[in-house]
Design a protein. Structure first.
Length: 432
């Protein structure tokens, strides 16, 4: 079989005959968007109808990525009755153990794909920062390709959730830009933006702080100890970002977003103190998401608030700063307990939220503290499938008992990426 690189990172793909297509395969259609009826050209097959449609396109082969696929294990082959040693029927205990192994393998593969894609995005962003002065055309090309890949994840027929990844120490610049881009694009989709607006939203979100490359290292992140002169220098990153965006020949829409990403609806932002309808709809999205991520991931980790606290603080104290429709959609999408939240469940166990699907925000996916199960073998439990289990309250990490804190390892820095949900309805029934 031939092998080639996937569109988003170095994930290996293989060519297979269309007759071999199965539900759960992540496939790539190497043809123009107008030549097939799907919203995007790469996606995970979720039903037989999609397979039938692909087979009707006249293709002999398609590419598929084993690393991004989630296929059920083949059924055990029954041995004929006249065989010497008939296979005993699988016991319930064996079936449960096999199912657990399959789920663990599937969730590990899904997380690995997310982390590979995040690392690829961070590497691309570093390249953009390095090249933006000398080769602005290349920087623009790299940025557009990355955002097109992001849109392939967001606009897919599969629902894209927000997934918490492991900490990326020393990667604050790329971590913040990618966090803001991931959440902004999902919010844009929630608000039903057009494809054209989604592209400009992604470009502006990823490059909103590009001008910080012109600042001294110590002034690249707002610090509570800055004096007045240092604050003014920090504020200049906005004008630096706009100048570099112009050098890259970004559209007026993307440049306006970058120019206004620190402006607030009530006129209390900077640098121009514009207000209300003078702030573009795309800038309203990024201003809100940028503020949220800065609360969760400040320059001084000791000042970080939990995602739950960040949402509460924005809603109770900062409501006047943000566009009402954008804020309402944001809170509905993130849920009461965004990824990274530490919670206590209705059965008193402790858990950490690792993934939220915007269509079911009050029933996120969690990892539950269970001293009987090693942390690396802990299953992600989808609370949507647990009728008797829910979230009782949000906690600060310091409120956790030491054993639960060590097990759940709350992140000092939150790192988000897109995740396609695992197959619905798969549960071991062990969490209730």
């Amino acid at each position: 079989m031939m092998s080639t690189a996937g569109t988003m990172t170095d994930i290996q793909t293989q060519f297979i005959d269309v007759s071999q297509l199965r539900i759960g395969m992540f496939i790539y259609l190497d043809m123009g968007w107008m030549d097939h009826p799907f919203p995007v050209s790469n996606f995970k097959i979720s039903n037989q109808e999609q397979i039938n449609t692909i087979r009707s396109l006249g293709l002999d082969q398609v590419r598929y990525a084993p690393d991004k696929s989630c296929l059920p294990a083949p059924e055990p082959i029954a041995v004929a009755s006249d065989s010497v040693a008939p296979v005993a029927q699988e016991s319930e205990q064996s079936r449960s153990a096999r199912l657990r192994r399959e789920l663990l393998a599937c969730q590990a593969a899904s997380l690995q794909v997310c982390e590979k894609q995040f690392n690829h995005a961070a590497q691309t962003l570093r390249q953009v920062n390095d090249q933006v002065h000398a080769q602005p055309e290349l920087a623009k090309e790299l940025t557009e390709k990355l955002i097109q890949d992001f849109l392939g994840e967001v606009l897919s027929e599969d629902e894209a959730a927000i997934r918490l990844l492991s900490e990326k120490a020393g990667e604050k610049t790329s971590l913040h830009a990618i966090n803001v881009t991931v959440i902004s694009l999902l919010l844009g989709k929630t608000m039903q933006l057009s494809k054209a607006d989604m592209l400009q939203l992604g470009l502006g979100a990823l490059l909103h702080d590009i001008g910080k490359v012109n600042l001294p290292d110590r002034l690249r992140w707002m610090d509570e100890h800055f004096n007045h002169a240092e604050k003014l220098l920090f504020h200049e990153h906005v004008s630096h970002s706009v100048a570099l965006a112009r050098k890259m020949a970004l559209t007026p829409s993307a440049m306006l977003l970058i120019a206004q990403h620190h402006e607030f609806i009530d006129g209390s932002g900077y640098p121009s103190r514009v207000s209300g309808d003078k702030i573009s709809p795309l800038a309203r999205i990024v201003a809100l998401v940028n503020h949220y991520d800065n609360l969760c991931n400040p320059s001084n980790p000791a000042l970080a608030v939990t995602p739950h606290e960040a949402l509460s603080q924005i809603f109770t104290q900062g409501k006047a700063r943000f566009d009402a429709a954008t804020l309402t959609a944001f809170i509905r999408m993130m849920g009461i307990y965004p990824p990274g939240s530490v919670v206590q469940l209705t059965d008193d166990r402790y858990a950490m939220v690792v993934s939220v699907n915007s269509s079911r925000p009050i029933k996120p996916k969690v990892i539950i503290h269970d001293s009987r199960v090693p942390r690396e073998d802990a299953l992600v439990i989808n609370l949507e499938h647990e009728k008797q289990l829910g979230i009782h309250r949000s906690l600060k990490p310091v409120q956790l008992p030491k054993a639960a804190y060590d097990y759940l390892s709350p992140r000092k820095r939150l790192c988000y990426f897109f995740e396609r949900g695992l197959e619905a309805g798969t549960t071991l029934g062990e969490s209730t």
